[in-house]
Write a protein of this length. Structure first.
Length: 269
């Protein structure tokens, strides 16, 4: 897909440009050879198992900038924050690696590794090179977005991720995207409450669509969870996990409060 008709299109243009720069610096064959030398053998299992089968899990996100709200952090090294998230009870990390609009880097995946949590490479993955990059950088999972990829590419990238022991979180924003996502049988299915034409949040999208996802998948509620009420709504919709970014970047102390209460009340069990 070349155009989505949403506010993602300028971001996707930047992603393509930077991708071409990295291709010119390192060939795909060279990237493959290096990746296979140190391939993580259990990334997918590690990521999925930490989110499934217990009370509601939280995937805590590291991002310096949000296009919808602006700058969130000036941190250069995200390890301290990743450690805070680990101590606060996060089950996994989401690491924004897009540079121009989110202030991220592939190097952030390497930097947060000592915290010990499984990591999702969250980016706008557009072809196989970016999946190989994720594996090379030590990710346990990758985000694929149905809005950015046609059916053929979705299937191809999902299969490649499986070969590289990467879990796939496949994100949908509407019923059509959800149907396409389920067809490729990803490990995790995310429903995002953000309207990509306005960047506004409508959590009813999660409440309408997530219950349609079979329990064989890890079901993830994305965007807009910034309170205990939001966690309760996600759990009521059948979520196994929530992906939370902006609220925790603004106040990481919320995480410990939430995870303690989740365990106390058995939310999501």
């Amino acid at each position: 897909m070349t155009e989505t008709g949403t506010r993602l299109d300028p971001i996707l243009d930047s992603v393509r440009s930077r991708l071409e720069m990295r291709r010119n610096e390192r060939s795909l064959n060279s990237l493959k050879a290096q990746t296979l030398e140190g391939l993580n053998k259990n990334g997918s299992e590690r990521f999925v198992s930490c989110l499934k089968g217990g009370p509601l899990s939280i995937i805590a996100e590291c991002k310096r900038i949000s296009p919808s709200v602006g700058t969130l952090s000036s941190e250069v090294d995200l390890l301290e924050r990743a450690n805070q998230y680990a101590q606060g009870g996060a089950s996994a990390l989401s690491i924004l690696t897009e540079e121009n609009h989110f202030g991220g880097s592939l190097m952030d995946l390497n930097r947060v590794e000592p915290c010990g949590l499984p990591c999702l490479r969250k980016d706008f993955i557009l072809d196989e090179y970016m999946v190989w990059e994720a594996a090379d950088a030590g990710a346990d999972a990758v985000l694929l977005m149905a809005v950015c990829l046609d059916d053929s590419l979705l299937s191809e990238l999902r299969a490649l991720a499986a070969e590289l022991n990467l879990a796939v979180l496949l994100e949908a924003h509407n019923a059509i995207e959800l149907e396409r996502a389920l067809a490729v049988k990803p490990d995790c299915v995310g429903v995002n409450a953000r309207d990509l034409t306005t960047f506004e949040i409508d959590f009813k999208t999660v409440e309408d669509l997530l219950p349609q996802v079979d329990s064989q998948f890890v079901r993830v509620a994305e965007s807009g969870v910034d309170s205990w009420e939001g966690l309760e709504r996600a759990a009521s919709a059948g979520a196994d996990a929530v992906l939370c970014g902006t609220a925790l970047m603004r106040d990481s102390s919320k995480l410990g409060e939430w995870t303690h209460r989740i365990k106390e009340e058995g939310l999501g069990v």
